[in-house]
Design a protein. Sequence first.
Length: 220
Amino acid sequence: MKRLLLLPGYLEDGTIFDTLRLLLPSAQIEVIELEPALAQWQPRGPVSAVTLARYLTERYAIGPADVVVGHSMGGWIAAHIKAESGATAVLLSSFTDQHKVVAASRNPVLLRLYAYLGLGRSRWLRERAKREYLFDESRALYGQLADGLVWIPRRYVHRQLQVLFAPVPPLAIRPELRVHALADNVVRPPDEPFLEIPGDHFAHYYYPQLVVEAIRPLLG
């Protein structure tokens, strides 16, 4: 059976895959925790999805026999890891076109200010974001992620924003599987074929059986 690597998204950690892991063969699973990995990264040149994928491919010795499953930003990275290594890529509520990401700004100067001024740490802004969140099903999970921003290093937040929005060449390859919910208000549905499941941006967390059924044939 192939090794299964899990990549969390922006502001997430491996717990975002907890419900999936209960249904997958645990002996083959490895979570790539991005915060410690990026803390040790010394990039030579600009930070982007391409340069991060190259680093992670080398750090985790990823190759064609591996399956990389990424949620949101993690799927964006997984697609570039596939381009680097030939691994199988599974994208959950993710994208291969950066314009699919719903964002208030993509300006690198503003993104840097947002990260290093710690604007997301503001209690008022976090409470407002939680009040205005649209989906009851994932409200508690979203609240945990929003509150968790208080403890995330500002440099790490900035690097994640660079990975999300730094310009990169178009991908010449396609992931083996895309899974998406039409109600996702963080990443718009892909133009390419995808497996539609119920829910919102965190659909995989609440409907893990549907996701696992789609992934299982790729594990060999």
